[in-house]
Ligand binder design. Structure first.
Ligand SMILES: [Zn+2]
Ligand SMILES: [Zn+2]
Length: 754
C-alpha cells in the first residue's frame, strides 16, 4: 500500500502479508502477457476447476490453503503488474520485512515501474492505439473474472491480500487512463470482506457513517483509503450517533439552537440589526450588507441592485447553521464572530481585482452578506422577498466565502489533494442550502486555517503548496484529487445546463443533500432552478402542495425518477403526480448505478438516464415492461397474497412479481385485480436467464391508449424476478397459484404514468 498517499505521517498503511512457503514456492514467472492466464496450469492448478462454486482449494488435501493463497497472490497480484504494464515484475522488489520479521508486500517501487510503463507507451502511434487498448481491456476483464472466482466465500486469500489486489487494480487502471484517457474504466467491486477492512479504518478515523456510505458511491477505493488516513477525530462534531442514511450531527433544532462565540467562555455582546431598516431595504429590492466602520461599529449598507445602477463589491457568506453562526429568533450575532468574519472577508478581497477597483478609496472593510443578519428572522413578507432574491445575492457577490468548522481545521498550506478531498467530504457539501450558494458563486473561496483557497486555484492545481503540481509525473495523489475536484466542479454544472438537460444533473446534485426542515426543499430548488417570482410564490403555498407546483414549473426530470427512493419516502398522492417521490433530495443509493461521475456518460450506459417530461396527466417516459392478463376469478394464495406468478407468452418464462408494500398494507393482488389492465414497468428488459436478482419495477393500471402511449395510474412498487424458463404449464399449475399471462412491451414503449 505504500505507493498510496497518506494525510499524516503517523498513519500506518495496512500490512499485506506476502504468502510464501519455502517448501512449495510460487513466484510469478513473467512468462509474457499471453501466458498470464495459464500461470496456474504451469503450477499444476486448473483454472477452469477453480472457477467452480465451492471449489476445494486444498484439492482433497493435496496442498494447504496457504499454498493455494501463495499461488493466487503470485498470479493475481504480481502477475497483474506484468499483465497491465507488459514489463516483467521482480517479486523480490516488492517484499520487505516488518518489525516482527514477517515478509510483507511493499509497493514502494511501483511508481517507478508505472513511470517506465507510461514512458514506453508515449511513442505508440495513433493507429496502434485502439488495438493496444482493446487488448489491455480484454486482459483486465479476464483478471476481474479470475479474481471474482477466487475471492469468494471459500477463498484461501486473506482479506488484506484481496484488498491489496483491488487497490493495485485501481492504481493500474488510473495509470492506464493517464496514457489512454478514452479506454475503459471498469466499475469497482468489493470482494469478500474487503469492504469491512476499509469501513473499520474509516470508523477508526472518526468518519461519519453516512459519509462512508455517500463517498463510496462517488469515490474510488484509493480515495476512500486516503480518507482513512485523515484524522477527523479532533474536529468539532461527533458523528457517533449517525447512521448509514442520516448524519444527525448537522440537523438543527430551532428551540435549542444557540449562537456560538469564537471561543469558549467569550461573553461579548450580540450585535442586533435594526428591523425596520432591514425590512425597508429588502422591500426596496436592495441587498442589505454589513460592515464595520471605524466610528460607529457594525452598520448596514444599502447595495442597490436595481437594473443599471452599479453597486459596491460585497462578499456573501455560505455557512452551515450547525456551526452556530445562525440565529432562528432574531437578526443578531455575537460581536466576536462578526469581527472575525470582517477580517476574513477583507483578507479574501485583498487579491481580488474587481473588489479593489470597486471599493476604491472607501473603508478597508468590505461589506458582507450573511443570512443570519440580512434575511429578516421573523416570518414576514420581507423575509419571503429576501429569500426570493437569494440567487441574485450569491450571483452578484464578488466572492462567496465558505465557512465550515471542519474545513477551518485544515491548514491553508495543505496539498491540493488534502484540501479537495476534505471539501468533498465536508458537512458544507451535504447541506441543501449550500448547493445553490456554491453553484451561483462567481468566485468561491473556502476558509481554511490561516487563509482561504479558491475553487479556481484548486481546479487549476496552482495552489502554492501543491508539491505534485510542480512535477509533470502522473501520480496516485493527482488521480485522487481529480476525483474530489470533479465533485467540486460539478456543482456549477446544474445551473449552466440548459432547461431540458437540468433534469439529468438534478438528482446527482441533490443526492446526499439534506435540509433541517423538509419544507425548505422546494424553496431551495426554486432558488436554484427557477426565478424570484416562483420562489416568492412557493413560500406562500402550504408545504403539502409545493412539490407538485415545482414539478409543474420544472417539467423535465430524469426518467429514472420513476423508480427511485420509494421504499423510504413514498410517492405523492394526487392523481397525475403519483409517479413522483415525496422528496427529491436525500439518499438515492438505488439510483447511483445510473448516476455516474460524468452525467454525460449516461447514454453509454442505459436509456434509463433519459430526461422525461411531466404534465398534469403524468410523467411521460419510455421504458420496457409487460402487460398482464390476470385470470378471473382471481385466486389468491393465502400464504403468499403479495406474490403473483405469470407466464410471459413472448419468451415462455415464468416470472414472480412481488408487491413491495408493508406487510400490514391493504394492497394485495386480490385488492388490485379489479384494476383496469394491469402492467409492469421496469427500468430494463428482464430476459436473461442468468439474471436471477429481483428488479425493481412499478405496477400500473392502464386506462387508455393513445398514439401508442399507454396512459396509466401508478399502483405500487414491485420486485420482478425470473422464476423459471423450463416450467411446463402443467407443472406450473401444480404449485403456482395467483397466475397470469403477460406480453412484453419493448424498450421504446411510451407510458404516461399519473
Ligand atoms: Zn454524521
Ligand atoms: Zn464572543
Amino acid at each position: 500500500m505504500d505507493h498510496l498517499p497518506k494525510a499524516s505521517p503517523a498513519f500506518h498503511h495496512i500490512e499485506v502479508p506476502y504468502i510464501f512457503d519455502e517448501a512449495c514456492p510460487y513466484v510469478y514467472d513473467n512468462a509474457g502477457i499471453g501466458a498470464w492466464a495459464t500461470f496456474p496450469e504451469r503450477c499444476g492448478w486448473s483454472v477452469s476447476e477453480m472457477a467452480a462454486d465451492n471449489f476445494d482449494f486444498t484439492r482433497q488435501n493435496r496442498n494447504t490453503l496457504g499454498h493455494a493463497a501463495s499461488m493466487l497472490q503470485a498470479w493475481l497480484y504480481f502477475g497483474m503488474i506484468q499483465l497491465v504494464t507488459a514489463l516483467p515484475v521482480a517479486t523480490k522488489d516488492y517484499i520487505r520485512l516488518n518489525h516482527h520479521g514477517q515478509r510483507i508486500v511493499t509497493t514502494e517501487k511501483l511508481p517507478e515501474h508505472l513511470e517506465r510503463y507510461r514512458q514506453g507507451l508515449r511513442s505508440v502511434s495513433e493507429k496502434d492505439r485502439p488495438g493496444i487498448i482493446a487488448g489491455m481491456d480484454r486482459m483486465l476483464k479476464m483478471w476481474e473474472l479470475c479474481l471474482s472466482s477466487c475471492a469468494g466465500k471459500n477463498s484461501p486469500l486473506p482479506a488484506e491480500v484481496v484488498f491489496s489486489m483491488m487497490i493495485l487494480f485501481k492504481t493500474l487502471i488510473y495509470a492506464k487512463l493517464s496514457v489512454f484517457p478514452n479506454s475503459n474504466e471498469p466499475a469497482e467491486a468489493w470482494y469478500g470482506t474487503t469492504r469491512e477492512i476499509l469501513d473499520r479504518q474509516l470508523q477508526d478515523t472518526g468518519c461519519c457513517r453516512m459519509d462512508m456510505y455517500r463517498l463510496n458511491q462517488r469515490l474510488s477505493s484509493l480515495a476512500q483509503y486516503y480518507i482513512s488516513s485523515l484524522d477527523l477525530r479532533k474536529e468539532s462534531r461527533s458523528h457517533e450517533k449517525c447512521t448509514q442514511t442520516q448524519c444527525v450531527a448537522l440537523q438543527i433544532d430551532e428551540k435549542t439552537y444557540k449562537a456560538r462565540h469564537t471561543s469558549r467562555g467569550c461573553t461579548c455582546a450580540m450585535e442586533v440589526v435594526g428591523q425596520s431598516e432591514l425590512r425597508t431595504l429588502v422591500e426596496q429590492g436592495s441587498i442589505p450588507t454589513m460592515s464595520f466602520s471605524n466610528t460607529s461599529g457594525l452598520r448596514m449598507q444599502d447595495l442597490n441592485t436595481q437594473l443599471g445602477k452599479p453597486h459596491g463589491p460585497y462578499v456573501a457568506i455560505s455557512h452551515i447553521w450547525a456551526d452556530g453562526l445562525g440565529n432562528p429568533k432574531k437578526n443578531a450575532m455575537p460581536r466576536c464572530q462578526l469581527v472575525l468574519l470582517q477580517e476574513r472577508v477583507n483578507a479574501v478581497c485583498t487579491s481580488n481585482e474587481a473588489v479593489k477597483s470597486l471599493q476604491g478609496m472607501k473603508s478597508p472593510n468590505v461589506p458582507f452578506w450573511i443570512d443570519t443578519l440580512c434575511v429578516p428572522a421573523q416570518e414576514c413578507e420581507e423575509k419571503r422577498l429576501a429569500i426570493a432574491s437569494m440567487a441574485l445575492i450569491y450571483k452578484e457577490a464578488e466572492i462567496v466565502l465558505v465557512i465550515d468548522k471542519e474545513l477551518e481545521s485544515i491548514g491553508s498550506d495543505s496539498t491540493v489533494l488534502e484540501i479537495s478531498v476534505r471539501i468533498a467530504m465536508s458537512s458544507w457539501w451535504t447541506r441543501l442550502w449550500t448547493l445553490q450558494e456554491g453553484a451561483f458563486a462567481k468566485e468561491l473561496q473556502f476558509q481554511l486555517r490561516g487563509g482561504a483557497v479558491s475553487r479556481q486555484s484548486l481546479l487549476r492545481r496552482d495552489h502554492r503548496s501543491d508539491v505534485d503540481a510542480c512535477t509533470h509525473y502522473w501520480s496516485v495523489s493527482k488521480a485522487i484529487s481529480e476525483e474530489a475536484l470533479g465533485m467540486i466542479s460539478d456543482i456549477s454544472r446544474l445551473i449552466k445546463s440548459i432547461d431540458t438537460d437540468q433534469g439529468r444533473y438534478l438528482l446527482q446534485s441533490l443526492n446526499w443533500r439534506f435540509a433541517s426542515y423538509p419544507a425548505d426543499e422546494t424553496i431551495c430548488l426554486s432558488i436554484l432552478l427557477k426565478g424570484g417570482t416562483e420562489v416568492e410564490e412557493i413560500q406562500k403555498m402550504p408545504p403539502s402542495i409545493r412539490l407538485k407546483e415545482f414539478i409543474k414549473w420544472q417539467r423535465f426530470f430524469p426518467s429514472v425518477l420513476l423508480f427511485v427512493g420509494r421504499d423510504t419516502i413514498g410517492s405523492l398522492e394526487e392523481e397525475g403526480y403519483r409517479w413522483a417521490p415525496k422528496s427529491l433530495i436525500g439518499r438515492y443509493s438505488d439510483v447511483t448505478k445510473y448516476i455516474l461521475k460524468d452525467p454525460n456518460d449516461f447514454h453509454h450506459r442505459s436509456r434509463v438516464a433519459d430526461t422525461a417530461y411531466a404534465d398534469h396527466q403524468g410523467f411521460h417516459v419510455e421504458y420496457p415492461g409487460m402487460t398482464l392478463d390476470i385470470n378471473k376469478p382471481f385466486q389468491v394464495d393465502p400464504a403468499n397474497p403479495q406474490i403473483l406468478n405469470f407466464l410471459n407468452q413472448d419468451d415462455g418464462g415464468w416470472y414472480d412479481v412481488l408487491l413491495a408494500v408493508a406487510p400490514d398494507s391493504s394492497i394485495s393482488w386480490a385488492s388490485l385485480s379489479p384494476c383496469l389492465r394491469p402492467a409492469l414497468i421496469v427500468p430494463r428488459p428482464l430476459s436473461t436467464a442468468a439474471d436471477d436478482r429481483a428488479l425493481k419495477g412499478i405496477l400500473v393500471g392502464i386506462y387508455k391508449e393513445q398514439d401508442g402511449e399507454l396512459f396509466c395510474h401508478r399502483r405500487c412498487e414491485v420486485r420482478v424476478r425470473i422464476h423459471s424458463f423450463t416450467l411446463s404449464e402443467a407443472a406450473a399449475a401444480q404449485f403456482v397459484t395467483n397466475r397470469a399471462r403477460a406480453r412484453n412491451r419493448d424498450i421504446t414503449q411510451k407510458w404516461c404514468v399519473g
